[in-house]
Design a protein around this ligand. Sequence first.
Ligand code: CU
Length: 133
Amino acid sequence: MSLRMSETEVVMSRVCQLSVFLAFIFAVSVAWSAEESDGTKQSDAKPTSVDMKSISYDPKSVEVPVGGSIVWTNKAFTNHTATSEDDGKIFDTGEIKPGETSRPVTFDKEGEFNYHCKIHGKTMNGTVVVKTR
Ligand SMILES: [Cu+2]
């Protein structure tokens, strides 16, 4: 009789261990899915990318929603800037070295913003179109 009791106790403790284990798995999976949804949020807010070529921007005209941001990546062999036509008052990336990417520039106002490269002049120009969606 005492043997049966201890068998029951062993079974009970296994059930207990199993439920702790399942609770742990559940907690991990909840944490995992929370992390996943955070990742999706980050990719939604990802800046639009514009490449700087030898004397042009690619794409030349880029559209972002109000509140959206843009980064410029220099894929050429010389320094470039992306400077708004009002001498950089609206935005100015400063000189971006070959292989480097500018800090994100955020656009909070609707409109069309022409810009150019300070180093290569207005032959190297582009447009940012900011629209409400
Ligand atoms: Cu340039």
